[in-house]
Design a protein. Structure first.
Length: 591
């Protein structure tokens, strides 16, 4: 030791620690070695296991040499149990079970041989050395083991980490390593809150040595002094997630919007709920609306109307599944006014029948109105906003609801009314400023850890709804143009028309000329309806033998599905038209 210290001085390097001759070197070295061995216990496990095997072989040979067949049988039995029931001891994959079974058989076989002939009998020492190295290789290379050890070492430093970031006294209770990173349950010290931790997230990420934005904190609902710390090392949302197909067959079931970071689905019920979708341009709002549309189009108990003042750019690909689309301010105003008429009509009937809510069924469908870029509506059709306000306040019970997308739902952009405050489901894609989080998700949400300003890819979102009250990052499914085309093709012919109560309410609604510019699809009370009636009749009369489909009739008349359907029903009742085959119609030859 003194020789070492002299060499350091000769090299001109100032020694950092001077050990005096009085100090006992051996205990310090032992403690350091023991600490090192404890720290690297996982890496040293194959060597430890070999030493234990050697010791058992030595003892058994000395005392019970005749027991070797028992040792061999026990080893074979344990190996068999591990191979077939290893799942019970967390050996989830077949490769892991195979490895454990082979290692136990090898170690047990060696111990049996050592018991019989002694551990030093050739070739047993060589077999033990080579066996340790060969079985050690998969152990040292195992990805999950290495990840677990790394996490254990990181979290072992929690007392210092928590001290450094001002959360002294908090403790790690347990940690689980998974495919994407790790999760730890943390017990907070007296008086500390999850909000305190949320405000220290950047410091926590720095102390844990993660990348920026990798740490998430979630409260544990049943205990205010517990939280779950999640560190995402491999972003499960790095790639787009293809839409897997419709997740529902009725609006009474929750739709699947995308996946959370742990791979679980984001399910949200849309029944009797208004939805606000917000986020900067390009953050994925239209993509999110597409997923909602794709699921709703598979539900025969919902009629969908759409308002798209971007000249129909976003909604027109869905036109064949939409009962009605408005692409101008006038059409939007007429559409929302009609929605209020439907709402009133349904409310009157429910009141007469002494019922409280409208139960959606294929013959009494819910009505969902999708509005892309709500702020445009406020700018271009301020009158329409009054109707939207009315729907937002009164539409839930009668299943007439809004899905409104906008970049920044400020009070001005939402038209000063109650629409924003009435939104039950809030979906926030990336926002530019922190205060926009509160605009979309509600007051105080930013402080509570809803950090949608840090979402880093289009399609990533946070959802706040009665069933989602914790900020968990998710990504919507991505629908390609082909998927949209395929979905509309599949569902267009099964879309329901509006029910008779709603249609009667529309028929009874007085129209104002300025609102009734012909919409792409619109019910029977438009100014164009008289011409459409004549066109319909001519089309049915001139139809070929196999009849005309409803889509053909919609195209020719320029009217919506409900209108065509009801006209056909009426003609059929009076015997003027007949259904030639499923969904195909023509005029009766005698009529
Ligand atoms: N879930 C997703 N996964 C992967 N990429 C996505 C996802 N959603 C959207 N994108 C990509 O982001 C782009 C912009 O998305 P989108 O048009 O939905 O944004 P937006 O918020 O509606 O923008 P704007 O307000 O300009 O209409 C899309 O062209 C698409 O390539």
């Amino acid at each position: 030791m003194r020789r070492n210290a002299r060499r350091i001085r000769r090299d001109g390097i100032e020694p950092m620690m001077i050990l005096s001759d009085d100090l006992e070197f051996a205990p310090i070295a032992l403690v350091t070695i023991a600490r090192g061995m404890w720290r690297y216990r996982s890496e040293l496990a194959p060597v430890t296991a070999a030493l234990l095997t050697l010791t058992s072989g030595t003892i058994l040979h000395a005392a019970y040499a005749v027991w070797w067949p028992i040792v061999l049988i026990l080893a074979a039995l344990t190996s068999w149990v591990l191979a077939f029931f290893g799942r019970w001891v967390n050996l989830t994959r077949p490769a892991e079970r195979g490895y454990a079974a082979a290692t136990v058989l090898l170690a047990g076989g060696w111990t049996a041989a050592a018991t019989a002939v002694g551990p030093s009998a050739v070739p047993l020492p060589h077999v033990l050395a080579i066996g340790t190295f060969v079985t050690g290789l998969p152990w040292w290379a195992h990805r999950r083991r290495r990840a677990r050890v790394r996490v254990e070492r990181t979290l072992a430093a929690w007392p210092e980490i928590s001290q450094a970031i001002g959360l002294a006294g908090s403790r790690i209770q347990s940690a689980v390593v998974d495919l994407w990173g790790y999760r730890a349950r943390v017990a907070l010290a007296r008086g500390q809150t999850v909000e305190d931790v949320v405000s220290k997230l950047p410091a926590l990420e720095s102390a844990l040595g993660t990348r920026r934005g990798a740490a998430r904190v979630q409260p544990v609902p049943e205990r205010a002094n517990r939280m779950e710390l999640r560190v995402i090392e491999n972003d499960p949302h790095a790639d787009a997630i293809a839409w897997p197909g419709p997740s529902v067959t009725s609006i009474t079931q929750p739709v699947k919007l995308g996946l959370f970071e742990d791979g679980s689905p984001v399910r949200v019920s849309l029944l009797r709920r208004h939805v606000l979708v917000g986020g900067v341009a390009g953050a994925g709002k239209s993509g999110g609306v597409n997923v909602i549309l794709a699921d709703l189009s598979a539900c025969p108990d919902v009629v969908i109307w759409g308002i798209d003042l971007k000249r129909g750019m976003e909604l027109l690909p869905w036109a064949s599944c939409l009962d009605r689309v408005a692409t101008t301010a006038q059409e939007a105003q007429a559409l929302l006014r009609d929605a209020v008429a439907v709402l009133d009509g349904r409310a009157d009937v429910l009141a007469q029948q002494g019922q409280r809510v409208w139960q959606p069924r294929p013959d009494a469908p819910a009505l969902v109105i999708l509005i892309d870029e709500y702020a445009e509506l406020v700018d271009e059709a301020p009158e329409a906003v009054r109707h939207a306000d009315s729907i937002a306040r009164r539409g839930r019970a009668v299943a007439v609801t809004l899905v409104a997308a906008t970049q920044r739902p400020s009070q001005k952009a939402m038209g000063q009314g109650a629409v924003r405050s009435q939104m039950d489901v809030r979906i926030s894609f990336r926002v530019r400023e922190r205060r926009d989080v509160d605009l979309i998700l509600g007051q105080g949400m930013f402080k509570a850890g809803w950090h949608s300003h840090s979402l880093n890819a289009p399609g990533k979102f946070l959802v706040s709804a009665p069933e989602h009250d914790i900020p968990r990052r998710a990504r919507t499914f991505l629908l390609t143009d082909d998927a949209v085309q395929c979905t509309t093709g599949r569902h267009a012919s099964n879309r329901p028309p509006l029910d008779e109560i709603s249609t009667a309410a529309l028929e009874a609604t007085p129209t104002s000329a300025d609102e009734d510019a012909p919409a792409i699809a619109c019910h029977g009370h438009t100014t164009a309806s008289h011409d459409a009636e004549n066109t319909l009749w001519t089309a049915l009369r001139d139809a070929p033998g196999e009849g005309m489909s409803i889509e053909d009739l919609m195209r020719q008349t320029g009217m919506g599905r409900s209108w065509v359907y009801y006209r056909l029903q009426e003609h059929a009742r009076s015997g003027r038209v007949a259904q030639v085959s499923r969904g195909r119609w023509r005029a009766h030859p005698d009529s």
